[in-house]
Ligand binder design. Structure first.
Ligand code: 3PG
Length: 211
């Protein structure tokens, strides 16, 4: 099987929310990760969207309790670099077959993104049971995942995209949702202001959601 489903299940079931982090400042990476972990969110998705993203991941991976993952993985090089940076999981906005095949060459599990039944079935046929639903709100939100549950009962989702704490509750109430991803716990303004207390509080609020 291409995806280590058990490993991914263990990681994703440990917290109801995965913060989606776009961060370039290596000097504040640790403080940001510490605030999120202290608030109760251990799984941290750091997107490969900034020049220093890999360095940020490596810094965050030093924080006790942090389970760092890479986000926005699009090609084999991204997967290999994520593994080298100390990531424990990887996330992609999509599920191109080439990427799913490439993931077999790295030892950490990939959570690929899907937005339709055909994409979900393609990933499923290649051994992927845990999938990101992206962009969740724009693609129809919780009613879509509810509709997936009966025909695709063996697939489990992490919806991401346009989710806030209220919407998160609706998704987390679905049986085929293991956790949700979102950036609302890491607002740009708080990061720029160095207001890590605020981020810890937002994380604590998210961590109490029922997963
Ligand atoms: C992303 O990849 O940017 C995530 O989907 C985060 O989405 P959000 O900012 O709408 O939470």
């Amino acid at each position: 099987m291409a995806q280590d489903a058990q490993r991914l299940k263990t990681i994703l079931s440990s917290a109801p929310v995965v913060p989606v982090i776009v961060h370039d400042d290596v000097s504040t990476a640790r403080a940001l990760a510490e605030a999120l972990v202290a608030g109760g969110l251990a799984n941290l998705e750091v997107t490969l969207r900034t020049p220093n993203a890999l360095k940020v991941m490596a810094e965050m991976a030093k924080v006790p309790g942090a389970v760092v993952g890479s986000g926005t993985c699009r090609k084999l090089d991204d997967l290999k670099a994520s593994e080298d940076a100390g990531c424990q999981f990887m996330v992609s906005p999509g599920a191109p077959v080439k990427l799913l095949e490439a993931a077999e060459q790295v030892s950490i599990p990939l959570l690929p993104g899907i937005a339709s039944p055909t994409e979900a079935m393609t990933a499923s046929l290649m051994g992927y049971a845990y999938l990101k639903f992206f962009p969740a709100e724009a693609m129809g939100g919780a009613p879509v995942l509810k509709s997936f549950a009966s025909p695709l009962p063996d697939l489990t989702f992490c919806p991401t995209g346009g989710i806030d704490i209220e919407k998160a509750k609706t998704y987390l109430a679905l049986p085929n949702v293991i956790c949700v991803g979102g950036s609302w716990v890491v607002p740009d303004a708080a990061i720029k202001a160095g207001d890590f207390d605020k981020i810890q509080k937002l994380a604590a609020g998210a961590a109490t959601l029922k997963g």
